[in-house]
Design a protein around this ligand. Sequence first.
Ligand code: IVH
Length: 668
Amino acid sequence: MTSKNIQQRITELRSILDDYNHRYYVLSQPVISDQKFDMLMKELEKLEAENPDFFDSNSPTQRVGSDLNKEFEQVRHQYSMLSLSNSYSEEELRDFDQKIRKLTDQKFEYVCELKYDGTSISLRYKNGMLDKAITRGDGTFGDDVTNNVRTIRSIPLKLKGGGYPEEFEIRGEILLPFSEFDRLNEEREEEGEAPFANVRNAASGTLKSQKSSVVAERKLDAYFYYLLDENLPADGHLENLQATKEWGFKISPDTRKCVDMNEVIAFIRKWNTRRFELPVATDGIVIKVNSLSLQQYLGTTAKSPRWAIAYKYKAEQASTILQSVSFQVGRTGAVTPVANLDPVQLAGTTVKRATLHNADIIKNLDLHLGDTVFVEKGGEIIPKIVGVDMAARHPMAQPVDFIRNCPECGTPLIRKEGEAAHYCPNEDGCPPQIKGKMEHFISRKAMNIDGLGAETIDLLFNEGLIKNIADIYDLQKDQISRLERLGDKSAERILKSLSESRQIPFEKVLFALGIRYVGETVAKILAHRLMNIENIINASLEELTAVDEIGGRIAESVRSYFSNPENIGLITRLKQKGLQMQLDEESLANRSAKLEGLSIIISGTFEKNSRDDLKKMIEQNGGKNVSSISGNTSYLLAGNNIGPSKLEKANKLNIPIISEDDFLKMIG
Ligand code: IVH
């Protein structure tokens, strides 16, 4: 290559990689496989190394990626968090082994570990207590997410047994189990939020949530794989990990010692398919030299240790033909393009469809009908199209166009500023949106109508018997019992359940209305703050945003819902049917404004009330429960075993410390 060609290729690679990085980290919509990405990155690294004249500090090779978030305090890592070099073939592993053997004559062993696919975390313990939890960040600085990490049940806050160093660091991976991922995405779709693309995004998104209560609900898990300190119990990495198990850490039960590369490769082959039986995601195997003294002797490069390497499993790929693209309209009106493919075998299942997410993805892939496309099944449950075989394209092939009108009701679609998805705005007239609203209304967490399900709603809607949520309460027994597969018994059960739903508390009724962005938690907050439906209907934007945790996006959505006369009509009818449109007596009786304007942080364990009860009392009395101390905190409500750093911080900021009894007196 001439120097000009080299420069051209470098510029091209930088721009391609920047774009892929953006899609992956910012948009959470990866369009190529990790392997392809790594290949391009390696090519760029090589060209840059051979041609130092073209160095650029802003090249994608110069960053390790960052997950820093301005809302969290940034803390310097005591030992910088390196990454691992990746490999994709047995040959690359043999090279790795040879390189080490060239540097030492010593006999040594490897340890093979599953490479967990979540988000990495570094924990510091002092005198057996969790002191700090820091994300990887840019490798040198990370976000202090200690409060969030404390909610993860499998992470010990206080160590068991003894023999641990006075101060040490341990690293591991925070994961969201598949079962939780499914539950969470169902919930998000119900609440009109975009689902997480994969478990990794879901885990890191959750860990960086601004509310530790959200983290607590989502049942994250964590496995630990790296202990760091000057004085460790043993010279073996695995032996040290086994010691940490005694201290209360969760370590993988599947880690094995291997005497040579042949054993390592056997381990890798064994887990190639078995890993799919695990409850959490894995994307490879990490191979480490077991002896710490040998690790130290081998040292590290600027980016990764020489004593370890990751083997990444290839995401299974197949090529097939794109037949057509169809467009689905969801409950919230979001339009999702779906590729219809010639059936092809992939990772044990027949794939006929692949998600295309949104218009940008179609445009970037430059999809044409009849294209030969590559589909991949990675961490995502639904396969995706990762590329097009341009050479195989027919010269007359037609590009795939995104539709302009809703395929269900014909309304012109809209695309909001900054959002990737197209929406059908015809909320009250578009069949899937109407049916979706009714399905949400009757769902278990909302009005919990026994015997009514999506299928029955479909039947009733298609028969013209129900057009909105209020119509459900006008249903007569014979209208239901006449329907296919239903009878007198089912009809009675449905009517009984509808009648019983008049006792469902106001906060659930509010949630059941299906106002965009008003999920269970927001509905609860609104109900408790504003007490009845009239107050909510009449609340101005300012009044709504003045409620803690209600931001502009939610407030606007609430305003827009209640400024629609059709919705007001629905509510009037539901009220006439006897549904709860205000807080119940008990909640009302316990309310006061005694803590109005006060921010209270709870720390430690309490004798008379649980922390959740105390939180509830703060909220019922008009106060705000906060999770981290700042100059704006009014009181520290301290129980037993409160963390010394919290106490210190409270004293430094002159924040009054009150006991459980003081607090109970305050609220009378
Ligand atoms: S060891 C210096 N072991 O993979 C070595 N990492 O690409 C530190 N990971 O940032 C990492 N499972 O988030 C190690 N058994 C394992 C792992 C593992 C997953 C992640 C970790 C790390 C990334 C490196």
